[in-house]
Design a binder for this molecule. Structure first.
Ligand code: HEM
Length: 141
């Protein structure tokens, strides 16, 4: 039963983090094309999205670590799993940086800086490919 719950949480968190990633990228690209900074309400929405994204990454880490402990205790899951964890670590760090930036800009009542956020979005995409490719190869049976 614990494994079912953990896997359910793991997949639910993937769903939420994915939604935040795609939604955030669309908001950024629409504003970049229109050469406009996000309005305070859009900025507030980005803040909530960023928080949801970070929360779901934390759930991914907690459920993932527990899954390893319950299903594969002491097992060497191989290079693909290390690649998955490297990507997951990068996503966590990038999400913390984005959240701090958005929090600071909302506190200072300035719009988030596109020059700071754009590379975070691009790097997150690369990290996501690492995580998903790593998961596909590691759990290939
Ligand atoms: C961004 C973060 C993460 C994403 C997007 C992600 C994605 C996935 C996906 C798609 C699967 C399904 C693979 C399959 O069943 O074929 C999976 C399973 C799994 N993940 Fe993650 N994961 C993340 C973080 C983590 C972390 C940090 C850990 C461990 C520290 C972890 C441990 C596991 C384990 C053990 C399974 C397999 C459980 C089983 O054998 O059925 N994951 N993950």
């Amino acid at each position: 039963m614990e494994i079912y719950t953990l896997k359910f949480l793991h997949f639910l968190a993937i769903f939420i983090a994915g939604g935040v990633g795609v939604g955030g990228a669309v908001i950024q690209s629409v504003h970049a094309k229109a050469k406009q900074a996000p309005s305070p309400l859009v900025g507030r929405s980005m803040q909530i999205l960023g928080f949801l994204g970070l929360g779901s990454l934390v759930v991914l880490w907690l459920s993932g670590l527990r899954l390893v402990g319950v299903i594969y205790p002491g097992a060497d899951l191989g290079t693909a799993f290390i690649i998955k964890l490297t990507g997951a670590s990068a996503l966590l760090i990038l999400s913390i940086l984005a959240n701090l930036h958005i929090y600071k800009s909302s506190k200072n009542k300035t719009p988030p800086n596109a020059n700071f956020m754009k590379p975070i979005t691009s790097l997150s995409r690369v990290a996501l490919v690492f995580v998903l490719a790593g998961a596909v190869v590691t759990f290939n049976n």
